[in-house]
Design a protein around this ligand. Sequence first.
Ligand SMILES: O=C(O)C(=O)C[C@]1(C(=O)O)C=C[C@@H](O)C=C1
Length: 440
Amino acid sequence: MAATLIGASVNGVVRHKGNTVVSVSDQPGSGSTEARLTSCSDTGQKLSIRASIEGDGCTGENKKGENKPQAHELFRIFEDSPRFEFTSGDSQLYPRPLSASDLSSSVKDGSQIRVAYQGVSGAYSETAAEKAYPNCEAVPCEQFDIAFEAVEQWLVERAVLPIENSLGGSIHRNYDLLLRHRLHIVGEVQLPIRHCLLANHGVRVEDLTRVLSHPQALAQCENTLTKLGVIREAVDDTAGAAQFVALHKLKDTAAVASLGAARIYDMNVLAQDIQDDVDNITRFLMLAREPVIPGTDRPFKTSIVFSLEEGPGVLFKALAVFAMRNINLTKIESRPQRKRPLRQPVESSNGAPKYFDYLFYVDFEASMADPNSQNALRHLKVSQATLTISELYYQSIPSGVMGPLGVPMTKALTEGCVGIKVQVFNWEDGGVGEVEWFPW
Ligand SMILES: O=C(O)C(=O)C[C@]1(C(=O)O)C=C[C@@H](O)C=C1
């Protein structure tokens, strides 16, 4: 039975579903059933969409005008797709990104895998989600942390989130969120990013005073935007920027976004490939509730995070455990220790400045199933009296097209320098992992 969304109009209120109301009625003589979904915005504005469904032989109205297959089907469609943004009486319908209030609703059944991404339809992250999980249902989320929570709360099965870009660098927010949430990195995808300058039809480059986009996208187009001499304004995502410019019919503002976004929001492409380098790639992490078990049958990547006591050469010594075993490091990132951003030096009583305290994230090309990597981590743990590893986690995942690995947040991180957490795998009986604690 096929259903078509056929329009938007102001309507009445029949049955409540949160701030949404759904009514279903037969269209006498037409052989079809119609459903109306009405949503009240926070400002009290009432807007609705209408859907019709063709009859299947059961179109006659029963006495009460209810309980008919068509009505149920229409209801199900709305129940399954409650996330539409109502912007004006005659506007197009765009999927609304998940917000915090959506996280309390239950997960719906469905054979398709649901993958959360940050942004709205047309965002690069949506393309990355579809590349990572072909045929998935990509679910837009307002913010990165909503995407993490959507997986944790079983609203979706996976999240695909950007972690770094070849021109703009790391997406620090996601490094921080990896440790605040309990998800595992189970793979990665790389996506070539080709930015366009999008404006409403009839707008010329000379008319522009302002450009909206995601901060990463603005950074990746630094040269072009400097030449244009426009004001840059950061918004949540590139497609959201295009949607905003289109909906508000702005004549002096453009968006930096994808060709796909231009199509979705019916915008004119003023310029293509405006990023600073043709080779512009963003790496996205695939996140799941369950980790992958590392093996040795194909290339794996592993990620760890640790902190160090201050002192000369401590980072050098930590990284040497990999170098001496010929283990290739692919990424190192440091982030402030949010729980203890400053450390008091021993001589602090005489007014010496405080040290900044960091967490180090390291990705390396080896599987934790490989004794070489196991020895490296053992060495990292035991070899240096001057090194205190406050936290170490790891997980391995297939690399190649896929990439680095995951991160269960552990007690050590939340409670300070208590020891090292090592996931021990019994490779002989098929590699089921267990966690052991080695207190300092
Ligand atoms: O705004 C988007 O379209 C996104 O998908 C986000 C994002 C990012 O966070 O880096 C993804 C890829 C590009 O690097 C630019 C922006």
